[in-house]
Design a protein around this ligand. Structure first.
Ligand code: GTP
Ligand code: SPV
Ligand code: MN
Length: 597
């Protein structure tokens, strides 16, 4: 017989709804004790000490990396698992062909079987959190119940977690219920289930990232996108960045790139040497909640308060801000370690790994020292480029929305959509090479509309209709663009230097929004002519620039046909306006295709 769980905190009295749910979960999962998180630094440190004592968390060199810890996840649990992620709506069509689906009744039954008694011998942590500034009307709260102290530490860094969130829940009377257990980490018994109609999540069998930190992808994207549709806003997989020119004028841009395709890097960009007086301010690096404002513009908040960022490739040259941000008080998950106990990963120009991400002696013939999806968890406030408007309750006004993907071929460096509706088609048509952020093959081009394929909590056809409707409500909608930093030459080398130099492209984008930059109309939208883009000092070969700005009508015709076939999968629910827009795009590209033969 399990002993009666102990309520260790007076926090339990703050919200009757939350404590009733905690009791219900405890009855099912049978934890040894229950701990309500207040979100204090003392609590964080005490949990950290507990994990260090249990050897689950390893302190790194405290001289060079004060407050930094290493965590090694189970080697079979290193990324999101899209094939095990479900959206459980009453009607299958509401989840759409873009999601795996189970009926809510069956999903609950299956999950409750897994959860039954799973916390025996463990502590049940109650983690109240607020997604977004605590005083913002746009913020939404949730409670994650988890049996992982590592998850609690991450939630403290990634969200506004603890007492203030619980107080807001008590006021709002509404919260997203997220139930999580690492279970036995058996990949056969691993599922991430979403119940948007009930505002709830059940996640079992993984302790990693988006599978386990339920405030992030599960709440702030899948559940929130559903809420956003009913409430008239958008929850998107987008970074938010402010670009300040030497005159002190700031423009905010939100960009949707698929996982591990450059959001964190762009959000923290360091201007190139020739851009004296330019400044870049990070509002968010992964998720944006976008609301039509009273003035007819679109406003964005970042629901998160920390970064869960890709480690490999981060260095002083590619992303100085991230590199400096993670020098202290950072949790490193699945990186290698040097002989003097410093974290090490591929892309670091100095140091040498002696131990790999699995804790084995490093042997380059067995793969990289750091897992390709190794991550840092760190509070956003540590970023030297942290925007002073990152906590603004009403968010920041958005001048441009930018879609992007990782495309070796086809997609030019940048182009601008003709208008909002065309921009929705550009977003719906996004395709990108898969990355290590999710399990499965890497480098395979797949459709990833709006970079939301893994994250849309409902039918994409309804989602595109919603996008069209939101645009119609905006008197001054943002201009919509598409970028591709990953175009390669014949030899497989990136044609564009990327990283800080991407500011040159953002500058053209902002100047287009202001109406002060030139462009050429092409079959796919407006492209800069070589002379419209500032490439001074880049040493880019004219042929490379030409290739970056090429639109091949033959290839694009095939691409549009592919997009058409994909959109067809959504059948009757696909908005007519989007179909019409695609037909026009195809006509435009056909008009420029040289006749065959
Ligand atoms: P998620 O956190 O998974 O959503 O990813 P993200 O979009 O924030 O990706 P991130 O910025 O972490 O970049 C992922 C990888 O792309 C890293 O290895 C980067 O070094 C690389 N990368 C980022 N920006 C560029 C770029 O402009 N050019 C090139 N060539 N690589 C880039
Ligand atoms: C992504 O995969 O897009 C991420 C990392 O941002 S995770 O939180 O693990 O989903
Ligand atoms: Mn992401």
């Amino acid at each position: 017989m399990a002993t009666a769980p102990q309520h260790l905190s007076t926090l339990a009295s703050l919200s009757r709804e939350v404590s009733a749910w905690v009791d219900e979960v405890a009855t099912l999962t049978l934890p040894d004790s229950i701990y309500w998180c207040d979100g204090s630094d003392a609590e964080f440190q005490s949990l950290e000490r507990k994990l260090i004592a249990a050897k689950e968390l390893l302190p790194l060199d405290q001289q060079t990396h004060p407050g930094c810890m290493l965590y090694r996840s189970d080697p079979t649990d290193v990324a999101r698992v899209e094939h095990l992620t479900f959206v459980c709506t009453k009607q299958r069509e509401d989840a759409g062909p873009n999601n795996h689906w189970l009926s809510p009744a069956q999903a609950h039954r299956q999950m409750d079987d897994l959860f039954r008694g799973c916390m025996r011998g463990r502590t049940l942590y109650v983690v109240p959190y607020c997604m977004g500034p605590i005083d913002s009307p746009y913020s939404r709260c949730g409670v994650e119940i988890t049996d992982s102290a590592y998850v609690v530490l991450n939630m403290k860094l990634m969200t506004r977690m603890g007492r203030p969130a619980l107080e807001r829940i008590a006021r709002d009377g509404k919260f997203v219920k997220g139930l999580h257990s690492t279970g036995d980490l058996n990949p056969e018994r691993r599922f991430i289930m979403h119940f948007p109609e009930e505002l709830s999540i059940k996640s079992f069998g993984s302790g990693y990232g988006g599978n386990a930190l339920l405030g992030k992808k599960c709440h702030a994207l899948r559940i929130a996108s559903w809420q956003a549709r009913t409430e008239g806003w958008l929850a998107e997989h987008m970074l938010i960045v402010g670009i300040e020119n030497p005159q002190g004028e700031v423009h905010y841009v939100a960009c949707a790139f698929p996982s591990a395709c450059g959001k964190t890097n762009l959000a923290m960009l360091i201007p190139p040497a020739s851009y004296a007086g330019w400044k870049v301010w990070t509002v968010g690096d992964d998720i944006a909640w976008l609301h039509p404002g009273k003035d007819g513009r679109l406003y964005a908040i970042n629901p998160e308060s920390g970064y869960f960022g890709v480690v490999p490739g981060t260095n002083a040259k590619t992303n100085r801000n991230a590199f400096d941000t993670i020098r202290k008080d950072t949790i490193f998950t699945n990186v290698g370690v040097t002989a003097d106990n410093q974290p090490w990963w591929e892309g670091l120009p100095e140091g040498e790994p002696v131990v790999d991400w699995q804790g084995q002696p490093y042997d380059p013939s067995k793969g990289p020292a750091a897992h390709p999806n190794s991550r840092f968890t760190v509070a956003a406030k540590q970023n030297p480029a942290y925007s002073k408007l990152a906590d603004a309750p009403n968010g920041v006004p958005i001048s441009a929305l930018v879609f992007g993907g990782r495309r070796r071929t086809l997609a030019p460096l940048v182009y601008q959509a003709r208008n909002w509706l065309h921009g929705v088609l550009v977003g719906a048509g996004v395709a990108s090479e898969t990355t290590a952020a999710a399990t499965g093959a890497v480098g395979v081009v797949r459709r990833d509309p709006m970079a939301m394929k893994p994250f849309a909590g409902y039918n994409f056809a309804d989602y595109w209709s919603h996008w069209i409707n939101v645009g119609a409500k905006l008197k001054s909608p943002p201009q919509i663009f598409h970028v591709n930093w990953f175009r390669q030459d014949q030899g497989g080398k990136f044609l564009w230097p990327g990283f800080g130099e991407n500011l040159r492209v953002l500058r053209w984008i902002i100047d287009r929004c202001k109406g002060s930059a030139g462009a050429q109309e092409t079959a796919i939208g407006y492209l800069p002519a070589a002379s419209d883009l500032d490439t001074q000092g880049l040493g880019l070969a004219p042929a490379a620039l030409e290739e970056l700005l090429t639109v091949d009508p033959g290839l694009w015709k095939t691409e549009f046909e592919g997009i058409g076939a994909y959109l067809e999968e959504f059948g009757e629910r696909l908005p007519q306006a989007l179909k019409g827009e695609l037909a026009q795009a195809l006509r435009r590209v056909q008009a420029t295709t040289p006749a065959a033969g």
